[in-house]
Design a protein around this ligand. Structure first.
Ligand code: KIV
Ligand code: ZN
Length: 515
């Protein structure tokens, strides 16, 4: 019997971005979206267009760049939101408006302060309005996992009648349990009279660590779209992870009567790209994309693998994009090899000049570090683009004195909104001194929530990738910096975080405002 198509809806750029500190620039979103397109994701939720001018521009840029995936923007069930979403997705070959309203008693009473009938009316108005602007409309019942079945049936039937093609049943707070969630989906499909006119979708959060299990149980019950994110990124404990869902369906065709069109070979490169851009490292034991996911430590396992790989491996590392021979470029590589490798990583240059700048930096890096890996290239481009896009702060020069028995001293020169300023400061270590010097000039008042250094590749010539998380006035942002000198990488990361605080000052959260 031929398998049914399971639609993969990736929301890394929207729900993933709602992880505190995971905000992405327009350019970064386009890079991730191009990788998702290569991976053959069906639908890419590129953002929440009304959230800010930056979000709107990012959704639009993704809609312009991506050709083969449907591009979607989230909107509350409000006309202004929906109009903005429609405007943002206009350049897409295939666009979708995703509108939502809360349906659980607790949300309707306390958050919306609306009667259930008013919620249905609002949902119907929103879906009708959206259908006048786009043929492809998805409707979500926020907090469906805690909503009452009779009410869900009524609102879902009304939304389908109003023109919604996809009905999403989110477990917004990660409260569902696989068996019960599957039962909820099955009952909806059976009881809603016009359920055959829509695709049922699931969107699970991972608060109890059950997001993937819940999504797969729902697929067994008839859901034909899964909403997920790369690395399971997302609000709070995250969303169902794309790589786990896709590989579960692929590895167990005996269990699942569906198939996706995903090309899994892009899974690991995309996971790395998302991790580099957001500054959220992937835990080593994370399924599929963790560094240890295919590593065998115990002698018995190693022996078994050598005799017959399937003794201890249910998937092939190469199938998901782990490659053994990962050395890609070196000092003698030319511009074409450089450009081609970056294209394979989903990185395209807007102009020859941008390519030339990146190539010069690559040559400088290759002088310091002889073997250049994909991870180095990703970090190099992320780093240079962040610096080029920085409108507020740029690092011009820095110097650090550090000696046994003496307090380290840092001198920095920054370009602050076009003006070159110098400062120096002492600190308990060189990084502390640099941060203090930067703070002397910017007086941001931001508090440092996280500082982490990660060697991008192995060896002491590795680039250090630094993540700095800053909090200010309730907002949290991440900054990333990479360099073979970890003190310089730290300065870059701190400056990138300060720029991010500046750039995302006007941003709103989709669930923050009441209708
Ligand atoms: O978790 C959720 O309910 C959402 C909706 C907006 C789809 O992200
Ligand atoms: Zn969500």
């Amino acid at each position: 019997m031929s398998k049914q198509h399971l639609i993969v809806f990736d929301t890394t750029l929207r729900d993933g971005e709602q992880s505190p500190g995971a905000s992405m620039t327009k350019d970064e979103k386009v890079r991730i979206a191009l990788m998702l397109e290569k991976m053959r994701v069906d639908v890419i939720e590129a953002g929440f267009a009304i959230a800010s001018e930056g979000d709107f521009q990012a959704v639009k840029a993704v809609a312009e760049a991506v050709k083969d995936s449907t591009i979607c923007s989230l909107s509350r069930a409000i006309e202004a939101d929906i109009s903005r979403a429609a405007e943002a997705i206009k350049p897409a070959n295939s666009g979708r408006i995703h509108t939502f309203i809360a349906t659980s008693p607790i949300h309707m009473k306390y958050k919306l302060q609306m009667q259930p009938d008013e919620v249905i009316e609002q949902a119907v108005r929103a879906v009708r309005f959206a259908r006048n602007l786009a043929a492809d409309v998805e409707f979500s019942c926020e907090d469906a996992g805690r909503s009452e079945m009779d009410f869900l049936c009524r609102i879902v039937e009304a939304a389908i009648d109003a023109g919604a093609r996809t009905i999403n049943i989110p477990d917004t707070v990660g409260y569902a349990i696989p068996e019960l969630y599957a039962e909820q989906i099955r009952t909806l499909i059976e009881r809603v009279p016009n359920s055959d006119k829509a695709i049922f979708s699931v969107h699970c959060h991972n608060d109890l660590g059950l997001a993937v299990a819940n999504s797969l149980a729902a697929v067994q019950a008839g859901a034909r779209q899964v909403e997920c994110t790369i690395n399971g990124l997302g609000e709070r404990a995250g969303n169902a992870s794309l790589e786990e869902l896709v590989m579960a369906v692929r590895t167990r065709p005996d269990v699942f009567n569906v198939e996706t069109r995903i090309n899994p070979v892009y899974i690991v490169p995309t996971s790395r790209l998302v991790s580099t851009i957001t500054g959220f490292p992937v835990q080593p034991n994370k399924a599929i994309v963790g560094k240890n996911a295919f590593a065998h430590e115990s002698g018995i396992h190693q022996d078994g693998i050598l005799k017959h790989r399937e003794t201890y491996e249910i998937m092939k590392a190469e199938d998901v994009g782990w490659h053994t021979n990962s050395l890609v470029l070196g000092k003698h590589s030319g511009r074409n090899a450089f450009r081609a490798r970056l294209q394979e990583l989903g990185i395209n240059f807007a102009s020859e000049q941008e390519l030339n700048t990146a190539f010069t930096l690559f040559k400088q890096l290759a002088d310091k570090k002889h073997e250049i890996y994909d991870e180095d290239l990703q970090a190099l481009v992320t780093d240079t683009r962040a610096a080029a896009a920085a409108e507020y702060l740029q690092l011009v020069a820095m110097e650090v004195q550090s000696k046994t028995g003496e307090t380290p001293l840092a001198k920095v020169v920054l370009n602050v909104e076009g003006q070159e300023l110098k400062a120096e400061a002492q600190g308990s270590g060189p990084v502390d001194a640099v941060f203090k010097a930067i703070e002397t000039l910017t007086k941001s008042g931001a508090s440092l929530e996280l500082y982490s250094v990660n060697a991008i590749t192995s060896g002491t010539d590795s680039q250090g990738e630094v993540t700095v998380r800053l909090a200010l006035g309730g907002r949290i942002v991440n900054g990333l910096g990479a360099d073979t000198d970890i003190v310089i990488a730290s300065a870059k990361a701190y400056i990138n975080a300060l720029n991010a605080l500046q750039n995302h000052a006007d941003r709103r959260h989709p669930q923050e405002a009441d209708i």
